[in-house]
Design a binder for this molecule. Sequence first.
Ligand SMILES: Nc1nc2c(c(=O)[nH]1)N[C@H]1C(S)=C(S)[C@@H](COP(=O)(O)OP(=O)(O)OC[C@H]3O[C@@H](n4cnc5c(N)ncnc54)[C@H](O)[C@@H]3O)O[C@H]1N2
Ligand code: MOO
Length: 408
Amino acid sequence: MSITGTDFISFETSQNMLELLQVNNHRYERVPLSDALGRVLAQDIVAEFNDPQFPTASMDGYAVRHEDLQKGELIVLGDNPAGHDETRVLSEGESIKTFTGSMMPAGSDTLIQIENVTYNNGKITINEPVERANAVRPVGEGYAAGDVLIKKGTKIGFAEIGVMAGLNQVMVKVALRPRVAVIATGSEILDLGENSDNLAQIRSSNNYTLAALFEQAGAEVIQLGTAPDDRDAIMRTFENALESADILVSTGGVSVGDYDFVKDIIPRLGAEVVYKGVGIKPGRHILVAQRANKFILALPGFAYSSTVTAILYALPLIAKMLGKKAPFKTVAAKLQEDFTKRSRFTEFTACNIVVEDGEYFVNFTGKKVGSSAILTNMLDNSALMIAGEDDKFLEAGTYVNVILLESF
Ligand SMILES: Nc1nc2c(c(=O)[nH]1)N[C@H]1C(S)=C(S)[C@@H](COP(=O)(O)OP(=O)(O)OC[C@H]3O[C@@H](n4cnc5c(N)ncnc54)[C@H](O)[C@@H]3O)O[C@H]1N2
Ligand code: MOO
């Protein structure tokens, strides 16, 4: 594999190779349900009982035997409030006042709601009959004992929390968050709040963009800030970071400049280069390396390039470590305007996604064409349009693949 940056493997090959990497993905911890939001399940959630466990009233009214409704009048035996362990058994001509959420008494099969009867002196008169089984939730209406309700690998959201609470899942087995160390390299970059002493210095956005991205994707981030282009200092920082991190992500210093040291340091760390250089725009200088079960992703310095390559290469590793099926969602969408590809590579272009009548559409309104430095193109819920290596001019109306970025 070339280290010169002139030979590039295809995007597809790079993704397949990434997919084949063996990662640590069996690490888990148990957390209280209230701390589980946003974590990834490391167990299937299986119902241990039926929901509901007994026929349950879904309205306030009277539990009756359906065939008795034609009698026109029924005796009321008493009340059966929600939570009451009802043991009375209905006989012919009897009813029990039963409330929403109450267990239906044995012998009853139908709930006639209050609005359909008149109560008088221990009896109800049926003003408007109802169908058999009216307002009764049958056993197992929601789920049956043994049903797998939530699969291992699912990211826990509000619905998962609610369903697990319903199952009395006090502690939840979740995947350990992969630890991802982030460092931005470059002598021209200034960390947040750092004083500037000349106009050639620029503020570092990469380490913050990537930290936010990885946190959103479920990782625990170790923020290492910025480091100047000093070979030995970078080497020491990388070595330290690899002690605790599962993935080390750096930006800058991977192209061909005299001060682009990152690519030289990787072999000296005893890491094996999986690949260096992929036929993608932006990000063609990306370097992926492995040392035992740890990974190093050296991403280009440009703000847009580092963000796109982090999405394409770091998120799949994080997802694999978490046991998640996919790192992001890709959809087919129709171009609303013509698109001209600018390179011979697979291109990733920030775009807007519009949903109309259930179909996804893509346009580039407000997006600037320029260098790989333009991070503002990713604002406003941007998505990433993929134009394949063989694509050139894509006419409006063409279907393209788009990576959605609003949730991971
Ligand atoms: N002669 C060549 N020059 C360049 C090539 C090439 O093939 N031959 N490739 C270009 C491409 S493509 C890219 S991408 C960049 C990648 O270079 P590096 O990864 O070495 O990145 P730097 O040179 O350090 O920085 C590039 C650019 O990004 C700015 N930057 C750096 N770090 C940050 C940060 N943390 N936050 C925001 N912006 C950052 C930096 O100031 C530079 O403007 O190389 C091209 N050159
Ligand atoms: O490889 Mo660079 O990220 O296109 O500007």
